[in-house]
Write a protein that binds this ligand. Structure first.
Ligand SMILES: CC(C)(COP(=O)(O)OP(=O)(O)OC[C@H]1O[C@@H](n2cnc3c(N)ncnc32)[C@H](O)[C@@H]1OP(=O)(O)O)[C@@H](O)C(=O)NCCC(=O)NCCS
Length: 383
């Protein structure tokens, strides 16, 4: 008897595969919480170090705990010499995300605890990964621009040191605050594609370096992490504010997707996009001519897209839409947007991996076979 066709959830849409207390998204109300804390409060009042602690340990740290955690992160910033060499060799020759994945994977070779699978060792490896992935990004930025990597400054916080080692200059307070907000906003987002793929790797009882490397490779795609780069390239292609409506209308008529809009879960305004939009608007007076122009274009594109596809199709701005001009204002080049996303999301990946390992089950879904069966093998010369 023929097998009845099962209900297939393409893209696993609407499928629950585990329980988690890391993050909650309400895609209808447009709300987001990390470990119960509203994203708005964390983005405005916390730091990336504190949010990383919150995600990993499930609660906000006390003063001493945060100081210790921040010191551990600062102590782990230096990259192994051979990882630095990999970055120097690959940068500029391939996509920065390939460089990042290779460099991240290589870290396992220089971690004396690589084979220790205890929870404590994995927490320490998470700290190393969170610290070193940001160093990898600044090194990629330096080598891609034909410069040597900078030595980290142990007296600076995670974000200030990142901008310093990337640009070679002590960053402004605005640059630190806005980049910090982006790191916090991108640190976690439940079972998105990269977190899920990291968990698939982790569920085989592979190791945390392998799982994080999987996450980096999954984040690379334009439907996921690369959308902020694509959105900025579009704003630049529009060129002038007065060209905005014509460009967007033509793109929509040609059935193109407008990057930075739409989301699998949010069917309303992404709360992270609101936070970044507010920061971008606050920058306008002090920003360069280019950022002022890109902001005007973005605001006109946002209005048109909401009128055309907001209420009617549930397609609203997501976090990626306003991120580009904010990053540019901090001196971050477009090629590094997705690597920065990975350097932020690593906190969420590690939190989920550690949580999943507490009740591990191999992830192994089914596909519905539509091919034929029992074909007769024909030797190659008789075909
Ligand atoms: C994120 C995304 C993949 C989620 O998509 P999804 O839940 O799989 O939704 P679908 O791809 O099924 O799209 C549903 C409809 O909305 C349209 N749509 C979705 N996003 C769109 C966008 N950004 N611009 C224009 N139309 C869009 C689709 O073309 C489709 O229309 P159709 O039904 O006429 O074919 C999708 O919105 C997208 O590609 N956005 C652009 C990339 C992006 O910004 N990604 C970052 C996410 S944080």
């Amino acid at each position: 008897m023929a097998e009845a066709k099962p209900n297939i959830n393409l893209g696993l849409e609407g499928v629950y595969f585990t329980e988690s207390s890391v993050c909650k998204i309400d895609g209808i109300a447009g709300r987001l919480w990390y470990r119960g804390y509203p994203i708005e409060e964390l983005a405005d009042q916390s730091t990336f170090e504190e949010v990383s602690y919150l995600l990993l340990y499930g609660r906000l740290p006390k003063r001493k705990e945060l100081d210790d955690f921040s010191s551990q992160l600062a102590e782990e910033r230096a990259l192994p010499e051979k990882t630095a060499r990999i970055i120097a060799d690959m940068s500029g020759k391939t996509d920065p995300m390939h460089v990042m994945a290779t460099a991240a994977s290589s870290l396992s070779a220089y971690d004396r605890e690589a084979d220790d699978t205890t929870r404590d060792a994995n927490l320490r490896k998470s700290v190393r990964l969170i610290s070193k992935l940001t160093s990898i990004v600044s090194s990629i930025g330096r080598y891609s621009a034909g410069m040597e990597a900078m030595q980290p400054d142990g007296n600076m916080g995670h974000i200030e040191n990142f901008l310093y080692t990337l640009t070679g200059r002590r960053p402004s307070a605005d640059a630190v605050s806005n980049t910090q907000a982006m790191f916090i906003l991108q640190a976690e987002h439940s079972s998105n594609a990269s977190t899920f793929s990291a968990l698939v790797t982790a569920s085989t009882l592979s190791d945390i370096y392998s799982a994080v490397t999987t996450g980096i490779n999954t984040l690379k795609g334009p439907l996921h992490g690369e959308a902020d780069e694509a959105a900025l390239r579009m704003l630049r292609a529009i060129g002038t504010p007065d060209n905005t409506e014509r460009y967007i209308e033509e793109a929509l008529a040609g059935k193109q997707r407008i990057m930075g809009f739409g989301h699998r879960i949010y069917k309303t305004y992404d709360p992270r996009a609101r936070i970044i939009k507010r920061r971008l608007e606050a920058l306008q007076g002090s920003a360069s001519e280019e950022i002022g122009r890109l902001t005007q274009i973005a605001l006109r594109a946002e209005k048109l897209m909401i009128d055309r596809l907001g209420q009617s199709h549930g397609i609203w701005p997501n976090i990626d839409f306003f991120a580009g001009p904010v990053y540019l204002s901090a001196g971050i080049p477009v090629e590094l947007f997705t690597p920065i996303f990975a350097a932020s999301r690593v906190s969420g990946w590690c939190a989920h991996i550690l949580e999943y390992w507490q009740n591990n089950r191999l992830i192994r879904p089914l596909d519905y076979y539509t091919g034929t069966l029992d074909l007769k093998y024909v030797p190659i010369d008789a075909r």
